[in-house]
Ligand binder design. Structure first.
Ligand code: AKG
Ligand code: FE2
Length: 278
C-alpha cells in the first residue's frame, strides 16, 4: 500500500531515540539512509544545475561570486523525487509525532554545499524567535522548532563536523545565555548536567534530528580535507502557530502534487517582514 520511496533503514524511532531527544536535544542517526536513498539523494544534488555549475567553477571564478566556499539555497524548492520524499518519509513523520505531537507545520528547507577552506559557524540556536522582543515571539519561545539535518556524504570530526552541547535545550531561552557562559558551566545546574561540547562524526547517509533550542556549531573545513565537498540538506518543522523567520512560501508546484498530509503540513502563513507586527 505504501508508495514511499525506501529512503531510510527505519520507519520509526525506538524508545532510546526519543529518550536521546529529550535528554540531549538531538538524535544522531548514523548511516540511516538505505544505500539507494543515499546514492539517489547525492546524484540528485550533483546534477542540480546550480550545484553542478558551482562545483565546475575554478577557485578564481568562485572568488568572483559572493561566497567562494559555499553554495547555499534557501528555500530549496527545486527538489527531485528522492529529496522531495524526505518531507513526509515515514521515519520523519513518526519522529515529529513522537517528539512534538500532531500540531506541526513545514517551515522551510535549504541546500548547502561546502568546500575546503570554509570557516567555522560558532555555537548558536536556530529558534528564530529568540532575540525578537515582541509579544508574538515571546509567546512562541517555548514552542517546538525542529531541524532535520541530512548529511548524504557524511563528515569527519574536525572537517565541517557538527558540534553540539547536549542538554543545552533545557536552559531557559534568555539573552544572558551565551555559548561562552554555557560552556563555562554557568547553567549546568539549570540543565541538571554538565554542559560540554561534543564534536560529532557521521558516515555518509546520516541524519541528525535536532531541537533548535540546543546550541550547535560547525567546524571549519580544512584546505587539505580529503572530502572535496560536503553536502548538507535541511528540512525544518515548527509547532503550529505564527510564522518563524524564513517560514517559506509554498510553491504552486508543491501544492499541486501535495497529498492531504502535505496540504496540512503546508497550511500555514509564510514569513513576511510585517508578519510579527501585532
Ligand atoms: O552545516 C551543518 O552541519 C549545520 C548548519 C547549521 O547549524 C544550520 O543550518 O543551522
Ligand atoms: Fe544551526
Amino acid at each position: 500500500m505504501s508508495s514511499y520511496l525506501p529512503l531510510f533503514r527505519l520507519t520509526e524511532p525506538s524508545r532510546e531515540h526519543i529518550d536521546d531527544f529529550h535528554r540531549d536535544g538531538y538524535i544522531a542517526f548514523p548511516d540511516i539512509f538505505t544505500d539507494e536513498g543515499r546514492e539517489e539523494l547525492i546524484a540528485e544534488a550533483l546534477r542540480y544545475t546550480p550545484v553542478r555549475e558551482f562545483l565546475a567553477r575554478s577557485p578564481e571564478e568562485r572568488q568572483k561570486h559572493c561566497n567562494p566556499f559555499i553554495y547555499f539555497e534557501r528555500p530549496w524548492n527545486d527538489r527531485e523525487v528522492w529529496a522531495d520524499s524526505l518531507i513526509d518519509a515515514p521515519l520523519i513523520t513518526a519522529l515529529l509525532r513522537a517528539t512534538i505531537g500532531p500540531d506541526y507545520h513545514f517551515c522551510h528547507s535549504a541546500l548547502n554545499v561546502a568546500l575546503p577552506g570554509v570557516g567555522p559557524i560558532g555555537f548558536h540556536q536556530d529558534h528564530h524567535h529568540w532575540f525578537h522582543q515582541n509579544p508574538v515571539n515571546l509567546a512562541e519561545r517555548e514552542n517546538a522548532y525542529i531541524q532535520v539535518l541530512y548529511y548524504p556524504n557524511g563528515f569527519k570530526r574536525g572537517d565541517r563536523s557538527l558540534s553540539v552541547i547536549p542538554g543545552s535545550h533545557r536552559v531557559s531561552p534568555l539573552p544572558e545565555v551565551t555559548p561562552e557562559r554555557l560552556l563555562a558551566g554557568d547553567f549546568d545546574q539549570q540543565a541538571g548536567r554538565e554542559l560540554r561540547k561534543t564534536q560529532l562524526e557521521l558516515p555518509p547517509g546520516s541524519m541528525v534530528y535536532l531541537n533548535a533550542r540546543m546550541f550547535h556549531a560547525v567546524e571549519p573545513k580544512p584546505l587539505d580535507s580529503t572530502q572535496p565537498f560536503r553536502l548538507f540538506v535541511i528540512d525544518i518543522f515548527k509547532q503550529a502557530g505564527p510564522p518563524h523567520r524564513y517560514t517559506q512560501e509554498i510553491t504552486d508546484a508543491w501544492l499541486e502534487r501535495a497529498t492531504s498530509y502535505r496540504r496540512n503540513l503546508f497550511d500555514r502563513a509564510a514569513y513576511t517582514p510585517e508578519c510579527w507586527i501585532p
